[in-house]
Design a protein around this ligand. Sequence first.
Ligand code: SF4
Ligand code: SF4
Length: 470
Amino acid sequence: MITQEQPTFREQLGVLEKTGKRHWIFPKKPQGFYTNLRKIFAFLLLAILFGMPFIKINGHPFFLLNFIERKFIIFGQAFFPQDFFLLALLLVSFVVFIALFTVVFGRLFCGWACPQTIFLEMVFRQVEYWIEGDASAQKRLAESSWTREKILKKTLKHAIFLMLSFVFISTFASYIVGIDRLKEIFTGSFSENWVAWLVIGVFTGAFYAVFAFIREIVCIVICPYGRMQGVLLDSNSIVVAYDFVRGEPRGKMKKGDATPKGDCIDCKLCVQVCPTGIDIRNGTQLECVNCTACIDACDEVMEKIDKPKGLIRYDSMNGIKTGKKFRVTGRMIGYSVVLTILLGIMATALAVRKDVQINIMRTPGMLYQEVGTNKDTVSNLYNATLVNKTFNTQKIRLELAEGQIGKIQWVATSQELVLQPQEVRKITFFVQIPKSSITASTMKVKIKAFNTETQKTLYNTETSFLAPAE
Ligand code: SF4
Ligand code: SF4
């Protein structure tokens, strides 16, 4: 009989003993095609992570997320709190992307690009293998008494873990405060930078705790993305899956045993390499982070026993049941179209984004004034916030747009405003329109801002203008 489930796996987490105590996982070091590919990919991502803070364009960071001063530079473009809608759009697109991507490709992100997996499997675990050896040696060391060798190995490992945590946290800090400020913190006096040191120290401790002790518990219990798998995956999602049709009934090959057997020889290597301690032969499980270690382990076994590779592979449950190869479905096309539209909206919003943003509001509580010798002009007071989103000084003048009769009179400032790079300035001004040009008691006025040096129009906006009723 073809069976896909073992009786206990739904009742007990692989990382817990029956008593509820933590069962420490000692995964065997994986090796093979997918592991090598993941190593190359992880190396590229780590190179980007560590290299990006050093990249500057015209003296400005290429990427900066300064939440403290609310300054953001993404791919060389400065963003401000006024661009919040763009950030919100980006976040929504990202969530939709992850959701749609997961529906089709399962937890591909977890295995290949998730920082938790990359840092744990490609950095911290590699140090562990280097110092303590493979799984069986690690287990022996953990169970042994505190000999000189054990003290030395554990001290060395945890010292390197702490150092790595400090390097990672310093790198994250450089994304927030910039690499120059980070250098200042490291080279400046401690008394002036003790708050920064305290923050870096606390986060280094937390980071160390995650990668030295908490580890796979993050993926299994804490990560919200992991929790969403139950609603995102369906039987057509591509996941790391065991081909139970081909593999069952599992069993060791014995000479003279005529009982029909599947391709799984029950060597349990796929279980031994699993960093979350599960048996993929029980089917898709929430704990599986799609790390591909079991694919490589099983492929090696299949090679040895002269069977085709791929007993564990990327496939959908329906693919395994029907034996049909992966094909592009209407659902995938549909999701891709939605994603493309979202990305299109993002790209358009970025393309039409202005160098200078101006928000104009009529001053609250003020109606209108009648000015001029014969009270023949109507004046409204406005407040404006100007944001220079560029790294250049902008000399700005405001005018009523072409075809509108009237003028703009600034209050307590010259008629030209010099806006420093990334400066946010609040100003107050009057719009004055002759009564003869007023067409309604509430009308629209169009205001344009232009650079007085280049004469380039920087911004066009529209606001309301109040006048006495006829
Ligand atoms: S590694 Fe392959 S053959 Fe060995 S137990 Fe796992 S599925 Fe079966
Ligand atoms: S079941 Fe396989 S792919 Fe999933 S976490 Fe374990 S080793 Fe990785």
